[in-house]
Design a binder for this molecule. Structure first.
Ligand code: ARG
Length: 588
């Protein structure tokens, strides 16, 4: 279904032509003076230069062509040369009734669906998730859902940090504690046990202990490095341990992500990229891109137009070891080979921007990606505490994600328990659903690249620009729709009618924007656009609700029209929160 702005632009464009001016001046936008009009066209101002005329003359001529038009109830030229437009109520109702009938409320599916891989989450094995991983998960999941809604083939990859010193550290600590385990017996020839020799809680204790010891004790650190080396060079017992570590850790991570309503199509990790490194490096050398500098193997990635220094991309260290870069480049190799993506999107802390600039340039220059494969970096800002500093625990440590989620659930539970007579169980479940909206909306309503303050009190409030406010609005509609049904009435087969009040029209105008908002949110990979839209929509709904007697309306058709309007609003709000990655309870 065409977007309302496009439909209006078409008509205004025609009017420009009929009045004898070029069509290109007919572009219409939302009004920035809602007190005066709903839509506006500033084209006459630009046309005035070309035709060497007063802009007002042009606007006037165009307005005359739109007089009595079936789409507009007002098309006024105003000095110095604006065209102010208002939609006819009947036309708007017609548009909404059509939306109601169409799949996806009239959002056009992508004509050429793309395969888009999205790299988000990035948790590290054996280390607990912390708040930094929250942003990647929340933003990535939403972008993925927006893409899917628009008809693209989205593939989320968690890109586990499962390669490197942390593995050697765990092995070293385990060896100290349990030297008798078969994994450490180099002459062992049988099959290793299926059961892991540790639980997730042990693992989560072993890693920080080992990490602390390695900082205090040089020989411990060397042992860990040696273990890492042996693991990476195929020592069987260590590799068996690695798969145990991975299994235990991934099981736990999946559970954590599930609580956040976040999921991944692929559970690949840095270790999956390792087999692709040797051939990739050989080719880069053979093609003359990689050369030795100070002992290390590097590829130049600077470009003439650079305004700041972009250092070469390091491929191998002087001791031949691979790096984070090498792994990311080799990951591109298998992604291209197995999925042929049109685009790969990375949702990572913005402090890694320079790093990704190097990786992307290197990948393009050395031909790892096709010319038409887009590589996109979405860098997110830091989540800060109320003091404006990176979010910490009361003791000053890194905040674990589990703890944060737990705290918010608790706060929400108290709130819900206080104003509702719900069973313990329902209150608990409702609190979790609402708390998730608080966390996700609190994050997504900011432009991703900005730092933001994680303010639990504000985010959990039922008023203002918050997730709970949006849910509250949906719950309110659910309850009206239920009451209507319980009174034995039905709106099926009925239509949304032409608006009879300002507030009703305001709501209808917001609804009509839906497909345009989704399209734009996808183009800009910007979930915050969906947030600001649903905030406007929820406000418009609440305004309408307060000004209108819905339940006591005596005219059955008018009442059914209201119900239809509420159904559409509820459907659109639910669709929007679904792409943001949360859902609404039945009551709260
Ligand atoms: N594991 C990394 C971290 O915890 C994030 C990985 C980001 N993704 C990537 N392809 N490098 O910081």
């Amino acid at each position: 279904m065409k977007k309302i702005l496009d439909l209006i632009t078409e008509e205004v464009t025609k009017a420009f032509k009929e009045a004898g001016y070029e069509e290109k001046y007919g572009k219409v936008t939302l009004s920035n003076r809602p007190d005066l009009c709903e839509f506006q066209c500033n084209g006459a101002m630009a046309a005035a230069k070309q035709y060497k005329m007063a802009p007002f003359m042009i606007a006037d001529a165009v307005a005359a062509k739109l007089c009595g038009h079936s789409m507009f109830s007002a098309a006024d030229s105003v000095k110095p040369g604006f065209l102010n437009l208002k939609l006819r109520e009947e036309y708007l109702a017609e548009y909404l009734n059509q939306m109601q009938k169409e799949s996806r409320y009239g959002t056009e599916q992508a004509q050429h669906p793309q395969t888009i891989m999205i790299d988000y989450g990035g948790p590290n094995v054996a280390k607990p998730l912390h708040v930094g991983h929250l942003r990647s998960a929340v933003i990535g999941e939403s972008i993925k859902r927006i893409g899917t809604y628009m008809g693209h083939h989205m593939i989320g990859d968690v890109h586990l940090g499962d390669w490197g010193l942390q593995m050697g550290l765990i092995i070293t600590e385990l060896k100290l504690r349990r030297p008798d385990l078969v994994y450490f017996d180099e002459s062992f020839g049988g099959e290793y046990p299926k059961e892991a020799p540790f639980t997730i809680s042990e693992l989560e204790e072993i890693y920080p202990t080992a990490s602390r010891k390695s900082k205090e004790d040089e020989s411990y650190k060397e042992a860990a490095m040696q273990a890492t080396f042996e693991l990476q060079h195929g020592r069987a017992g260590y590799q068996a341990l690695l798969s145990h570590i991975l299994n235990v850790s991934v099981t736990d991570l999946k559970k954590n992500y599930e609580h956040l309503n976040v999921s991944f199509e692929l559970w690949k990790g840095e270790s999956d990229a390792q087999p692709f490194i040797p051939d990739m490096v050989d080719k880069m050398k053979k093609d003359g891109f990689a050369y030795i500098s100070d002992g290390a193997l590097v590829v130049d990635v600077k470009e003439e137009t650079d305004t700041k220094e972009i250092p070469p991309c390091m491929i191998l260290k002087s001791d031949g070891a691979s790096l984070y870069n090498t792994t990311d480049l080799a990951t591109i190799v298998w992604r291209m080979r197995d999925y042929h993506p049109d685009q790969i999107i990375y949702v990572v802390d913005k402090r890694q921007e320079l790093y990704f600039t190097q990786v992307f340039r290197c990948a393009r220059k050395t031909g790892l990606v096709k010319d038409d494969t887009k590589l996109t970096f979405i860098g997110f800002g830091t989540m800060n505490g109320k003091d404006g500093k990176p979010f910490k625990t009361r003791e000053g440590g890194v905040m674990r994600l589990e703890k944060l989620v737990h705290d918010i659930n608790e706060q929400m539970y108290q709130k819900i328990k206080d104003n509702q007579s719900m069973s313990e169980d329902e209150a608990q479940k409702t609190a979790e659903v609402v708390a998730l909206s608080a966390i996700k909306y609190g994050d997504l309503s900011n432009q991703a690249s900005k730092d933001y303050i994680f303010d639990i009190d504000r985010f959990t409030s039922f008023e203002g620009n918050t997730g709970p406010y949006i849910l509250y609005t949906i719950v309110r509609m659910k309850s009206i729709l239920n009451k209507y049904q319980e009174s034995g009435k039905s709106a099926s087969g009925k239509q949304i009618l032409a608006a009879k009040s300002e507030s009703e029209k305001g709501l209808m105008l917001e609804l009509a924007r839906f497909n345009g908002v989704m399209e734009n949110a996808f183009q800009e990979l910007a979930p915050h656009k969906v947030c600001s839209y649903i905030y406007d929509l929820a406000n418009a709904l609440n305004h309408f609700y307060h000004e209108t007697k819905i339940m006591t309306e005596e005219d059955a058709d008018i009442q059914a029209g209201y119900i239809k309007l509420l159904e559409l609003t509820k459907g659109i709000l639910e669709t929007c929160i679904d792409v943001l990655g949360f859902s609404a309870p039945d009551r709260m």
